[in-house]
Design a binder for this molecule. Structure first.
Ligand SMILES: Nc1ncnc2c1ncn2[C@@H]1O[C@H](COP(=O)(O)OP(=O)(O)OP(=O)(O)O)[C@@H](O)[C@H]1O
Ligand SMILES: Cc1ncsc1CCO
Ligand SMILES: [Mg+2]
Length: 269
């Protein structure tokens, strides 16, 4: 099946099944990620108490871990939730927000990767490179790097190291599994002018993975492509960040198979 068909099929499954996506995420994006998941057709829940995360993760279709505003207790909660998800084969998405900016963030991201089985790392180029290579510094939570051969090599190495898919957002997104590489050319630069659209993509990646069965690699690429084309649709309505965000959520809700067939831009290599 080609990727457009796969993407349309996965989107249809999300809208039919409304999979539960359990997020342990940062304070900045809890509301926007929940709205993006609802607009998509998934069922979001944000839950981070150590007293309930195992139970919640166990009934979810996907678990999304985001280290954007870390707290000690949350790290324990993330490890507990991932353990419950791993026991049941539920995909775990890790957004290593700000990895490389502080030693604490880098260490926590690595601890999660070492102690649990993460299915997909979803970050920007600086974050992913900092996890793959020593001595890379990230500036805050935004990427200060663009794509280069170094990043493609680093993504593949990281994917092999943790046996996971590594995906990097940017002008052309990259999806790597240590063997294959896909590039997704959808999206508009204005997406970087609204806080948390990367985190929203991590949540949407969780939704696509929750209905994908075994083929997470193509599901991740489909999530990126769909998300980016919704950015393009929103940009046709607005070119200012505030109203763009509203148009983007509307596009996530309204876009369908026809938009995927005309707009999805995914290439291999
Ligand atoms: N220069 C660009 N051109 C087109 N699309 C882009 C560009 N940069 C990022 N995007 C798109 O914006 C979305 C968010 O990616 P971004 O790299 O900004 O995430 P992020 O840095 O993790 O964001 P945040 O941490 O603020 O949530 C992705 O869908 C990506 O494809
Ligand atoms: C701005 C910001 N700071 C910590 S998390 C976050 C949301 C985007 O990643
Ligand atoms: Mg981010």
């Amino acid at each position: 099946m080609d990727l457009k068909e796969t993407a349309a099929e996965l989107l249809g499954k999300i809208r039919t099944n409304a999979p539960l996506v359990h997020n342990i995420t940062n304070f900045v994006v809890m509301n926007s990620s929940a709205n993006i998941l609802l607009a998509l057709g998934a069922s979001p829940v944000m839950a981070h108490s150590r007293r309930e995360v195992k139970e919640m993760a166990a009934m979810a279709g996907a678990l999304v871990l985001n280290i954007g505003t870390l707290e000690e207790k949350w790290i324990e909660a993330m490890l507990l939730a991932a353990e419950a998800a791993n026991e049941r084969g539920i995909p775990v998405i890790l957004d290593p927000v700000g990895a490389g900016a502080t030693a604490y963030r880098s260490k926590v991201a690595e601890t999660i990767l070492r102690k649990t089985s993460v299915s997909v790392i979803r970050g920007n180029a600086s974050e992913v490179l900092s996890l793959a290579v020593d001595d890379v510094r990230t500036k805050g939570v935004d990427s200060s790097l663009s794509f280069s051969d170094e990043i493609v090599t680093a993504a593949g190495a990281l994917a092999r190291k943790y046996g996971c898919i590594v995906s990097i957002s940017g002008e052309k997104d990259l999806v790597a599994d240590g063997d294959r590489v896909l590039r997704v050319a959808n999206g508009v630069p204005l997406m970087t002018r609204v806080t948390g659209l990367g985190c929203g993509l991590s949540a949407v990646t969780g939704a696509f993975c929750s209905v994908a069965g075994e083929d997470l690699f193509n599901a991740v690429a489909a999530a990126y492509g769909f998300y980016g084309l919704c950015g393009e649709l929103a940009h046709e309505v607005s070119d200012r960040p505030g109203s763009f965000y509203v148009a983007f959520v509307d596009a996530i809700h309204a876009a369908g198979a026809a938009d995927i067939h005309t707009r999805l831009k995914i290439e291999s290599g």
